[in-house]
Design a protein around this ligand. Structure first.
Ligand SMILES: [Zn+2]
Length: 337
């Protein structure tokens, strides 16, 4: 964590090299700060997609709710537009079921007039869906790129739009697929927007257990959850404590965003540990290396104010470019067989 003394030192360092374009690195900064990189993306499409996913018409994309199914269709249509290959027998959507019992059932799908011990709360089985597409690479080794399309839905009559959480990661998955669609990467790239993250990470758990190309072929998960909202121009790459071999490719990233490492060391009490806080957990559990990109929690986190209007659009576009560079670097760096 930064200290005031460090900030003070940085301030004076900046005074003396004020006209230089490279800023001094922060303690846990990975990348070199640069205003230029050679990544070109369809920024209009990216912002349009996050805006639609976070719009009131999708009603907060609550797990197993109509707005969530609409979101799945919308993402599948985008995958089709990009002509991504399918890995499933019947299109882009991988359906799965989840059964809720007792207290959890009541929390997710409240029934009126429940008794004290939830004994009159019936079990409920609901259907979820991950949306999966692929770009075939030179090898069968797979990099899986994920974001979760579900959010909190409607609560107490309010729509929780979840623009940053995680329409940002979902729209990024589509844009990253668009970026790679006319290239032949070394690794096969699987793009998956997963369901039911907010409801217990069921979608990613199902995806890993039932991975259509065989989970033994997965060499890396790149997960994005909340990458569009930060006022300090900072993005975290979490996971290096567990997988230090993944550090080097990130040091070659050029971005105006400060890419920081951390939030993954259980012994570091100064920071929250994010190792299990999003869908990368499902990969990590199977000892599949992951890198998770995300921002610190902000004032709109899990509130009905997490709307398109409250994201940092420039930061978001730059974050997606940074993540694309990271994926390109991993595609070169990680050996295929
Ligand atoms: Zn999330």
């Amino acid at each position: 964590m930064k200290t005031k003394a460090l900030l003070f030192a940085l301030f004076f360092a900046l005074l003396f090299i004020g006209c230089k374009s490279t800023e001094p690195k922060k303690a846990n900064q990975l990348n070199s700060v640069s205003t230029s990189n050679n990544i070109t993306i369809d920024e209009v499409q990216l912002l349009n997609n996050i805006k639609i996913l976070a719009s009131d018409s999708l009603e907060g994309r609550g797990f197993s709710k109509p707005g969530n199914y609409k979101a799945q269709q919308l993402i599948a249509n985008e995958f089709k537009r990009l002509q991504l290959a399918t890995v499933l027998e019947n299109g882009y959507i991988q359906e799965f079921t989840t059964t809720y019992k007792g207290v959890r059932r009541q929390r997710m799908f409240p029934v009126k007039g429940k008794d004290k011990n939830d004994t009159n709360v019936p079990d409920t089985t609901v259907v979820g869906g991950n949306v999966i597409g692929m770009i075939k690479g030179k090898s069968d080794n797979v990099i899986v790129i994920t974001g979760h399309h579900d959010h909190l839905g409607i609560r107490n009559g309010k729509i929780y739009n979840g623009a940053d959480d995680d329409a940002s990661g979902t729209a990024a998955v589509i844009t990253i697929a668009d970026y790679f669609k006319d290239k032949t990467p070394n690794h096969t790239l699987v793009f998956a927007t997963v369901d039911a993250e907010e409801a217990g990470m069921h979608g990613s758990a199902y995806l890993v257990k039932n991975f259509p190309l065989g989970k033994e072929n997965i060499v890396l998960n790149v997960n994005m959850d909340m990458i569009a909202h930060n006022d300090k121009n900072e993005l975290y790459a979490c996971g290096l404590f567990h997988y230090p071999q993944l550090k080097e490719p990130l040091t070659k990233v050029k971005s105006s965003i400060d890419l920081l490492s951390g939030h993954d060391n259980p012994n570091d009490k100064t920071m929250q540990n994010w190792t299990n806080s999003s869908d990368h957990r499902s990969f990590h559990k199977e000892k599949i290396p992951f890198i998770y990109f995300g921002v610190e929690d902000h004032k709109d986190y899990h509130k009905d104010t997490d709307t398109f209007e409250n994201i940092n659009q420039e930061f978001y576009v730059e974050a997606v470019k940074l993540i694309i560079q990271s994926i390109e670097n991993y595609d070169t760096f990680l050996k295929t067989n």
